[in-house]
Every structure is written in C-alpha cells, then in structure tokens.
Design a protein around this ligand. Sequence first.
Ligand code: XIL
Length: 393
Amino acid sequence: MRLHKTLLASSLLTAALTFSCNDAQQNANATTTETEAAIAAPNSLKAAFEGEFTIGAALNGRQAMGQDADAIPVITQHFNSLTAENIMKWGPIHPEPDKYNFEPADALVALSEQHGMELIGHTLVWHNQTPDWVFENGKGKPASKAQLLQRMEGHIRTVAGRYKGKVHGWDVVNEALNDDGTLRQSKWLTIAGEEFLEKAYRLANEVDPEAELYYNDYNMWKPAKRDGAIRLVRNLQEKGIRVDGIGMQGHWGLENPSIAQIEESIIAFSKLGKVMITELDIDVLPNPSNRNGADIDATFEFDEQYNVYTNGLPDSVQQKLAQRYADIFALFRKHSDKISRVTFWGVSDANSWLNDWPIKGRTSYPLLFDRNYQPKPALEAVLQPVNKQANAQ
Ligand code: XIL
C-alpha cells in the first residue's frame, strides 16, 4: 500500500513536470506576460545552465550506437556534452596489441557531431579496464619500462590521433592517486615510474594540440588527495607540460562529502586551470562499510539487506535526493566562473553503474531520470531555482 502510494505520488509529480514542459512549448505564441515568463523558464538542463557550464552525460555502448531509442530524446533535450562511459577505455577500444575496436566510439563521435555536442574522451591512461598484455612482455613476465611506455605511446597516437579535432578534451590520466595524496602503486607507476605521467600529457598534447587535457580522479574533496592532485598537476605544469583542467569525479552520497568540502577543492583546483565535475551520481543505497569514492575494485558480495528499494524509492529519500542535488547545483552555480562542465555518470537510473557497484545486482537511484527516462523530482529541484530567476527577470 505504501509502495503503491509512493509510486502514485512520483508518477503524479512526473506527469506534472512533463505537462508543464509541454504546456510551455504549446503556448509559445501566446502573449500574456505570465506565459512569456513560463516560456523564458528553461525546461532543459543545458538551457538552464547555458553561459555557466556545459551539462554532460556518460553514454554506454547501446546509447552511443543509437540502440536505446528512449534515450535519444532525453539526451538531446538536456545535454550538450557527452562522455564515453566505457567505449574509449583501453580494454574496449584496444583489446589486443594489434586490434582496435573503433565502431562504438565512432558512433559516439557521430552522435555528438549530429547534435552539436562537445565530446569528452575518457580515458587514455588508467590502471583499470586495461588489458593484462599491456603490462606484460608477451611471455607472461612484466613488461619492461621501455616496452610499457612504447605501448602507451602507440595507444595515445592511435586513439587520440583518430579523434583529433573531434574530442573537446581528454581525461589523459585517470586516478593516479591514492586517497592520501601519494601516487598509486599501479603497474604504470611500478613499471614506468613517474615518467608515465609526463609522457602521457606530452604525447596527448603533441597528437591533438587543440584538445583540452585533464587529470581526473575521485574523492578529490579529501584534503590530502586534493593536495596530491595539486602537486601532480603543478609539477607537470612547472615543466611546461600542458594540463588544462582537473576533473572531480562526483561519486558522492546523500550526506557526504559536505558542500564546504567540495567547495574547498573547486576553489583550490581553479588556481591551476578549469574545474569540471565529472561522473556525478548520488548513491542513495546503504553500503556495508562507510565507503566513499569510486575504486571499481572495492566490491562486496551481494546481500539483500543492502538492496533496500527494489520496489521504488520512498518519498522521503526521493525528497532528500532532490534537496542534495539542489544544494550541489547551488554550489556549482556559485562557482560557475571556475566550473566549465558538469557531467552525470549515466542518463537514467536504469543505466547507472551504481546498480552493479559496489554490490552487483542492486536497484539504485542516483540520477535525475528514472528507469523509464522520466524526470525525477531531483531534476525539478535542479531546474527550479533557474526557472524562478528566469521568471523574475
Ligand atoms: C565505470 C563504468 O561506469 C562501469 O560501467 C564499468 O564497469 C566500470 O567503470 N571512475 C571512472 C569511470 O573513471 O570510468 C568508472 O566507470 C567509474 C569510476
């Protein structure tokens, strides 16, 4: 019964929101001041934040290939920036030494061009989703430093080279830091040493001098990691190596990190270049340990007690999520002079990786659109302050 009410309430809200959007469009020719104010109010994320920052979404392979018909209208209405959730990562795009799989990424490029959206390349150098052969010598032993750096060079030349002039910016290196700000003991570091960082950015710059080059990581609100990221980027910049901006992955919770913690990092990173909120999603599910961040290897066995909303999100949590999104967007707007892009990690709850991480097979609700690509109250909470402002003008 309670569940039924929750579902009913949320479909009414959805209906009201959809109706008000359609209504504003249908009345486009009416002349009353009130209607004009309603028309002035943006009904899409990209319109709402135009002039402040672009609004991105990570697309999965099916969406990139146009195989998810319901996704396209939402993507084109709300987003003006696209990121490949997986299809440009080393494993999917370069699974074997001489084998590249460009088809899905090419489709994403075409989609972004067709709709005039910026495309973000994710990612050239990462310790995850990178095949073992990259780090091996072909005989089951670790690759030598020269071998590994040569492979990296070939990869960057081929992938960034193919998408030269098409990619607005590259996450050149992803997640090279531990939470304490020291360099992660990845195979990149242990085999090639710190030089891999320098080489990656130098090469990306050489191959696509017009593309912006970013460093991207999670838990960037943590003071020690923030300092580590600043050290990493500043060291490169001081050597004359181009790093244009820092991506703060927004894999956050309902309560943590605090707005103040996020704000401190936005301000600190802005001194080095552009700041982007990448990979935004708010986890509403309970987790076995006080997890934060997004280490994709930190997983737990399935346990029903952590899969608490299989029949829908209770209203109270829905409202909490909406408020959390309102608060973080208020912060982003306050710093829109520093933030160039806000990218959601997925379009709808159905596509979110949080259904499978850190526990596989859960029902998660981290985004602004529900499993049927319908707007959630959180979307309205993000748009409403902008609408109010538009109406007041
Ligand atoms: C995730 C994808 O969303 C999943 O589909 C995949 O199985 C694992 O990787 N940090 C990143 C992203 O930089 O690339 C990760 O994406 C999430 C954490």
